[in-house]
Design a protein around this ligand. Sequence first.
Ligand SMILES: NC(=O)c1ccc[n+]([C@@H]2O[C@H](COP(=O)([O-])OP(=O)(O)OC[C@H]3O[C@@H](n4cnc5c(N)ncnc54)[C@H](O)[C@@H]3O)[C@@H](O)[C@H]2O)c1
Length: 336
Amino acid sequence: MPAWSGSSVRAAAVSLRSTKMAATLSTRGLSSAAKGQLSPGAKIGVVGMGLMGHGIAQLAADKAGFQVVALDKNPQAMEKGVKAIENSLSKVYSKKLKDADSSEVSKKVESIMGQIQGTSDINDLKGCEIVVEAIIENLDIKKSFYKELGQVCDADTVLASNTSSFPIGHLAEASGRPDKVVGLHFFNPVQMMNLCEVVKAKDTSDATFDIGMDFANKVQRFPVKCKDTPGFVVNRLLVPYLAQALTMYDRGEASTKDIDEAMMRGAGHPMGPFHLADYIGHDTIHSIISGWKDMFPDEPAFIMPKCLEELVAEGKLGRKSGQGFYKWEGNKVIKE
Ligand SMILES: NC(=O)c1ccc[n+]([C@@H]2O[C@H](COP(=O)([O-])OP(=O)(O)OC[C@H]3O[C@@H](n4cnc5c(N)ncnc54)[C@H](O)[C@@H]3O)[C@@H](O)[C@H]2O)c1
């Protein structure tokens, strides 16, 4: 019995279990999954209805037409995530169908929401062709969750992690089905960022990797193939770049504003490194760098800037706390 298995919550007008389709999909899809392709309208799971998970669930229902089990162990977080999807879809379709009347928009949103079943019961993942995990970035919690997933999910369900900083191989091992585990690293905000890094770990089978590529394609994100290395592609380049900018500031070589202006005007970046670090959150960057320093002590690119340690100690985490290198009012940066 999973520690947190609670009651299933109906978050949408049409429940998966109430449709005949769901019953046939769960069996029909599995044979397709083994071939490296997800079935049209497949039942899939997304776990963790936070910042990332709700966005992935939205794309899976809206862009790919999947039947989505949206799971969060915390019922309030699940409800908040499902509500966020509904709000986001309303915005998307109010713009897309700008000449239509509001009832048409509501009908469209309602129909997509009908593909999403919010739940706090892990057993609802049975029959899923793929489960995309986007729970909290904590290795011990993730490992014990993968162990549980491995026990609950059907034998040929593919498990995919959205982790930003942990080796996919560690989660694969914990699951007891390492050939069926792949990385699917989406970017924040998921609804806007058109990239998905598809990560092949040591034991990921070709069919599982193909399922990962197929998922990324079906949710209309550009897939790039990566190996199971720290930070995959984007963060492996981005985090050391941010660390270099912050240590340049530590050495007193230029001001935060001047470094930001230099990188925007000279390198064509849409925002400078201090603005970006504030946006991401200093606690997040700090935890990524400390994890990498522990795992790869000989890698010279993984350095901890002094100013980053100070900001985290003072609780100045950037956008999320209202103060970092700059002041923030919600999502708006105030550069005085
Ligand atoms: N935030 C980002 O910018 C970003 C970008 C790319 C990838 N990621 C990765 O995505 C994952 C999720 O990050 P987030 O920012 O969405 O986190 P978040 O804190 O916003 O959401 C995590 C959710 O997972 C739920 N949860 C925790 N343990 C659970 C469990 N055992 N079972 C079910 N639900 C559980 C929590 O209740 C919470 O709602 C992390 O692995 C993170 O590294 C984050």
